[in-house]
Design a protein around this ligand. Structure first.
Ligand code: NDP
Length: 459
């Protein structure tokens, strides 16, 4: 027996923290975990899961329109927002209980309380003093509220999931994952959507062709894009919200959503009493084994502000638990080419390098295809699908795959396996397609669209 109450104490019961606690307990460690808000964290409660349910809800309106092209006498009808939110809440409550059961089943002691450091090995957990040999900080993040006059009149993504009525007009600030996902959701549900952002296209950091294709698809669906615009202030005019822009223009809506990034949750943790350092972006700095500057204190997931995706936090929590308590080498993940999806309308799936990143590495071939997906040949909706492969010339390896279109996240997940395994363009070419699908386009892209990065190779 050690002198500590726990071998491991995890602060934060989100995706990463829960996985870390469960796996460590499975290895025989005495584990405690504290969660002050809701089990499952952002993803289950105010993120991925309810968002995806909203994406699905939003899809039925346009699908009803599309069905007419296939002979159905369908009409959109009206959407029961209150009924949908109640059903969604019941599903989330079900998931919360599953998380608690999983922890209990693994023998983890759970605390529904705020935890803060008293010293490097001691925590105050809801008034109880506990000690732990190792501590993992897995507190996640929260939506950033900018220092913008009138920001208090706007909501953040956490608020959207509990709205009692659906806004008929919504102004969304930002053009990252959250902004474009909610733009698609509310447009699908029939709201008038204005997207206000400071770049020339949404989704900075994504492949340029994807960004352009998404901007075009959004405009086609009636989303008003205010590119290269900065908000100056938000005014409350009765129930309406007016977003004043830097060009003197203004957008009036029933609801303004700030989707301007997320900030790690450090407040109230007492990090100074443990000596744990954060960087200038308020993120905890860790090494390759998720160690902070205090070697027995680790941090995983969004609180480290690196790749802020649920499956990454889960992989980190699992690997860390194996490292700390596993007898055998644990499961290993590759963080080199992490695929991700943006559940915009249409959705995006992306893995590996963008064209610009590949070009900076050296000569690369780009294969690009844009076509009308089969559904829209009859629905008449003018939406295109875009697919793109980027191939390193020297090795013939496919180093990037990007898609905008129906099922893109499902399709790109498979390609992420191929890219992680080091598949070459020749491997793609010798793979027989599944017909008729959109996915088969990825194995029939024969004609190079362009070559890039030649100058970088000559340096
Ligand atoms: P992002 O970091 O993706 O986007 C932030 C947006 O806010 C950008 O458009 C950014 O513009 C803009 N912005 C930031 N500061 C300002 C400012 N001062 N003035 C004007 N615009 C500003 O954040 P999100 O909130 O959308 O999402 C947070 C993270 O959550 C994501 O990065 C992702 O890791 C994760 N997430 C993942 C999802 C998924 O996997 N499907 C879904 C939702 C979230 P600019 O680009 O110019 O900096």
């Amino acid at each position: 027996m050690t002198k500590f109450d726990f071998d491991l104490f995890v602060i934060g019961g989100g995706s990463g923290g829960v996985r870390c606690a469960r796996i460590a307990a499975g290895h025989g460690a005495r584990v405690g975990i504290a969660e002050q808000r809701f089990w499952g964290g952002t993803c289950v409660n105010v993120g991925c899961v309810p968002k995806k349910l909203m994406v699905l809800a939003a899809g039925y309106g346009p699908a009803a329109d599309d069905a007419r092209g296939f002979g159905w006498d369908t009409r959109r009808g009206s959407h029961d927002w209150g009924g949908f939110i109640a059903t969604k809440d019941a599903e989330i409550a079900r998931l919360n209980t599953i998380y608690v059961k999983l922890l209990a089943g693994a023998g983890v002691e759970t605390f529904e309380a705020h935890a803060q450091f008293l010293d490097p090995h001691t925590l105050d957990v809801g008034g109880r003093r506990v000690t732990a040999e190792r501590i993992v900080i897995a507190t996640g993040g929260h939506p950033h509220r900018p220092d913008l006059p009138g920001a208090e009149h706007a909501a953040v993504s956490d608020d959207i999931f509990h709205l009692t009525a659906m806004p008929k007009r919504i102004a969304i600030l930002g053009s990252g994952y959250i902004a474009v996902e909610f733009a698609g959701i509310f447009a699908g549900l029939g709201a008038a959507v204005d997207l206000i952002f400071r770049q020339h296209h949404p989704l900075r950091g994504f492949d340029e062709d994807l960004r352009e294709a998404l901007a075009e698809a959004m405009a086609t669906q009636g989303i008003r894009l205010h590119a290269a615009r900065l908000p100056r202030r938000i005014e409350a005019k009765g129930a309406a919200r007016v977003v004043h822009l830097d060009d003197g223009g203004a957008v009036t809506a029933d609801f303004a959503l700030l989707a301007l990034g997320r900030t790690p949750n450090l407040r109230g943790l007492g990090l100074d009493r443990a000596g744990v350092r954060a960087n200038e972006r308020h993120a905890i700095v860790v090494d390759a084994e998720w160690r902070t500057n205090v070697p027995h204190i680790h941090a995983i997931g969004d609180v480290t502000d690196r790749i802020n995706l649920t499956p990454v936090a889960i992989a980190e929590g699992h690997t860390l638990a194996d490292l700390l308590f596993g007898a055998l080498p644990g499961r290993s993940w590759s963080f080199a080419a992490v695929a991700s999806a943006v559940f915009s309308s249409p959705p995006i799936g992306t893995v590996g390098l963008t064209e610009a990143q590949a070009a900076a590495h050296g000569p690369a071939d780009v294969y690009l295809s844009r076509f009308t997906p089969m559904r829209h040949t009859l629905s008449g909706r003018p939406l295109k699908t875009m697919m793109k492969l980027i191939v390193d010339q020297a090795s013939d390896r496919v180093v990037g795959a990007h898609m905008l279109g129906e099922d893109a996240p499902e399709i790109i997940q498979g390609l992420a396996v191929a890219i992680t395994a080091g598949a070459t363009k020749r491997d793609f070419d010798r793979t027989i397609g599944i017909h008729p699908t959109a996915a088969e386009e990825f194995v029939t892209l024969r004609t190079r669209t362009r070559a890039v990065g030649v100058a970088a190779a000559a340096d």
